[in-house]
Design a binder for this molecule. Structure first.
Ligand code: TYD
Ligand code: MG
Length: 451
């Protein structure tokens, strides 16, 4: 092996050849640190020099065995339940509710007959117990541990042979073979490597909790993303009670699947009908509001997009977004200006997704444009209308995936009209008047009577 030093960004996990003040990959400052050596390198070749024919694998043809937790929002995000011997990373901001979620999850799995261990490196066993009491989980047969030394933890796991072990959090774990402090890139990476290797070898599923960090002192979950089978992020806006568990990588299921939870005094409860939840009061038509019929993973979901457009006192007007990519907003504003001739010069634009939801789909373009135009023209979009469609740079509306599922969800929630891109063979749904439009000019003309 070459001795050239390697460096890693603690915020995004990008590898660098040399030290730099700013990470070129994510733009963060002072987050690049030198790597320590991995404790265990590759030892010999595959199964001591033998390979096995793919067709001989015992599980051939069968779906991997999965354990259900009974928490359907969690099972769906995992791809239909927990796969044996899998390694899962759950990342999220501190205080978002990761420990709460995982304590509830291990209890649910334990109640289904799995042998579960919850190992906390952040709280004393008594504190975890108190939390479990508050959540009403004391009856579940979960083994608790408060430990940060990985050697002790691996010994415990080897002795007790659980089906599932939760490690809360990976940043508190340390290996005595590595000199760096807990939470440093080399410790986090080595600890994750040891745990994942152990999981695969001994058939124990492990869930690693990782805090997302903005500063460079502690390595974020990005550093271990590539080592695990499944990466879930637990997200939500501060001040909102809703939490989204999102699969960003899953070797055993669809990525982009989400589970929706609500943080209550008694812990996290499932939200099984999220569309109803993300729509605010739809009785009255208000300018600046548009309902987007989106798809999150395999599930259709309606979300309300809200916009405010006001005269600006600034030389370069504000473009403020919550839950939507700022670059997407700029693109849509530019297309409106260049292709339809509607300018936003001298106007502040504020854009927000109701309920603390995040929208990443390009299919949201039309609803975003609709909300902004509605705010600018002070003309309300009918409250029983949903919109979806991708806006291309030419101003054309491009068809998006699963249009019929989007319409079906809208019909289910009592909407009567939909604006969608013109596409061949889209069946409208009972109760929905489908208005297909070819481009933004047609959309502006029909909806706002201007151009
Ligand atoms: P926690 O699970 O400790 O977050 P993390 O492990 O991601 O750091 O959750 C902390 C927050 O959750 C805290 O601000 C209080 C809130 N909370 C509730 O609202 N209800 C509850 O029943 C529990 C246990 C926590
Ligand atoms: Mg915690």
């Amino acid at each position: 092996m070459s001795k050239a030093p390697a460096f890693t960004c603690t915020a995004c996990g990008a590898a660098h050849r040399k030290w730099n003040g700013q990470c070129e990959a994510c733009g963060a400052w002072n987050t690049i640190v030198e790597d320590g050596a991995l404790s265990t390198g590759p030892k010999g070749s595959l199964a001591k020099g033998r390979s096995i024919p793919l067709t001989d694998l015992a599980t051939q043809g069968a779906a991997p065995p999965r354990a259900s937790s009974g928490i359907s929002e969690l099972d769906r995000v995992l791809g239909g339940g927990l796969v044996a011997a899998s390694a899962i990373l759950v990342g999220g901001d501190p205080g978002i509710g990761k420990s709460t979620l995982l304590l509830q999850a291990v209890s649910a799995f334990a109640n289904k007959g799995l042998k579960c261990l919850y190992i906390s490196g952040e709280e004393a066993a008594a504190q975890v117990q108190m939390r479990a009491e508050r959540l009403g989980l004391t009856k579940a047969p979960v083994g608790l541990g408060a430990e940060t030394n990985l050697r002790d933890i691996l010994t415990t796991l080897d002795r007790e042979k659980p089906d599932l072990a939760v490690i809360d959090s990976i940043q508190t774990m340390w290996l005595d073979t590595i000199e760096a402090a807990p939470g440093s890139v080399s410790q986090v990476r080595a600890a994750a490597h040891e745990l994942v290797t152990f999981a695969k070898k001994k058939g124990v599923s492990v869930i690693l909790v990782g805090h997302v960090t903005k500063e460079g002192q502690i390595a974020g979950p990005r550093v271990v993303e590539h080592m695990v089978d499944t990466v879930l992020y637990f997200e939500g806006e501060r001040g909102h009670q809703f939490r989204i568990l999102r699969a960003v990588k899953n070797r055993f299921g669809a990525a982009d699947e989400i589970g929706v939870f609500e943080m209550t005094g008694g812990g996290l409860s499932e939200v099984t009908n999220p569309s109803a939840l993300f729509l605010s009061d739809r009785e009255r038509a208000t300018p600046g509001s548009a309902v987007f019929a989106g798809i999150e993973g395999t599930r259709p979901m309606l979300m309300e997009i809200q916009a405010l457009v006001a005269p600006s006192t600034l030389a370069s007007p504000r473009r403020t977004v919550v839950g939507i990519d700022g670059a997407r907003l700029s693109t849509i504003l530019a297309v409106l200006e260049a292709r339809v001739g509607i300018t936003f010069a001298g106007l502040d634009v504020f854009l927000n997704v109701a309920g603390g939801m995040r929208v990443n789909e390009p299919a949201a373009d039309l609803a975003i444009a609709g909300a902004i135009l509605s705010a600018r023209e002070d003309v309300a979009i009918p409250p029983d209308m949903v919109l979806f469609g991708e806006i291309s740079l030419s101003g054309a509306l491009r068809p998006v995936s699963q249009m019929e599922n989007r319409l079906k969800e809208a019909a289910k929630l009592g909407f009567n009209q939909a604006v969608a891109p013109r596409a061949a063979k889209v069946q409208s749904q009972a109760g929905i008047t489908l208005r297909e439009m070819a481009d933004l000019t047609a959309f502006v003309g029909e909806m706002f009577g201007a151009g």
